[in-house]
Design a binder for this molecule. Structure first.
Ligand SMILES: Nc1ncnc2c1ncn2[C@@H]1O[C@H](COP(=O)(O)OP(=O)(O)O)[C@@H](O)[C@H]1O
Ligand SMILES: [Mg+2]
Length: 247
């Protein structure tokens, strides 16, 4: 089980102390498929980065089963079985696609490069491509998915896997995510705005304003998504389209 206990994340922005995540309490069961959703800027990516150790929470604890991850580095968490596929995967100047696959699979010359084919990239065309800005956002997302799916994980967080990927291809990528999940023993967490993913999840977690607004089986959360959060903006400007402030 992945457990977050009273987690806060504050950052300093200029002279201001900004609260990004507020008192997050979560228990995510091993073997379940979770979808995290909510408006832009709500804190979804920040939560993922806190779990991966990219952001250090300012208060609270993070556990994987009995292991206290709170003070562990990104590498230690990766070794403990946490994986994160970025919303915007970082580029690696000087590294080729084959290097990235080798590093993530951690088995050097025995790396199975054919895995690239499963994410829709022909190994012959892509293995020697540089992992820099010459790859499109969608191509980089696929390379990253191939790396994440090539190693054993206990928890995988996929941050908006649909971003930059066409709908048809996304169905195939989603199938890979489900296939990995169905092997068992893994907690899959997909941050998404995609209805199809939400419909597949065991549970949906709704995050807005840095707080968990709702969590539960999709049958319970779906009506909330359809109602309350439908429009946060339209009625909040006093009817004056030139008004920059929201009320
Ligand atoms: N390193 C940072 N410094 C300052 N503000 C940040 C930082 N990371 C995220 N934020 C802010 O935190 C809020 C939540 O961002 P994020 O977690 O990316 O939201 P989401 O993924 O739900 O769109 C946003 O207002 C964002 O601007
Ligand atoms: Mg995000």
């Amino acid at each position: 089980m992945l457990k977050l206990e009273s987690v806060d994340l504050d950052v300093i922005n200029g002279n201001e102390d900004v609260s990004i995540l507020k008192d997050i309490n979560l228990e995510l069961d091993t073997g379940k498929f979770y979808a995290i959703t909510g408006p832009n800027g709500g804190g979804k990516t920040s939560l993922a980065k806190v779990i991966m150790g990219i952001y250090k929470n300012t208060a609270g604890k993070v556990y994987l089963d009995d292991l206290d991850l709170t003070d562990m580095s990104i590498t230690e968490r990766a070794n403990a079985g946490i994986s994160y596929a970025f919303q915007n995967p970082p580029r690696f100047k000087g590294l080729k696609v084959k290097d990235i696959l080798k590093i993530s699979a951690r088995n050097g010359d025995n790396t199975d490069f054919s895995r690239l084919r499963s994410v829709g990239l022909c190994p012959q065309d892509y293995l020697h491509r540089d992992c820099d800005s010459s790859l499109s956002g969608g191509e980089m997302k696929r390379v990253e998915l191939a790396t994440v799916l090539s190693r054993p994980s206990k928890v995988i967080i996929y941050d908006e896997p649909e971003a930059g990927v066409d709908l048809w291809s996304f169905e195939n990528l989603l199938e890979l995510i489900r296939e990995y999940h169905s092997r068992g023993g893994v907690t899959s967490i997909v941050i998404t705005h995609h209805e199809r993913v939400l419909s597949l999840a065991d549970e949906i977690i709704l995050i807005a304003d840095g707080e968990i607004q709702a969590k539960g089986p999709k049958e319970k959360i779906w009506p909330i998504l359809q109602g309350d959060l439908k429009c946060q903006w339209k009625d909040n400007c006093g009817g004056n389209a030139n008004e920059l402030k929201c009320y």
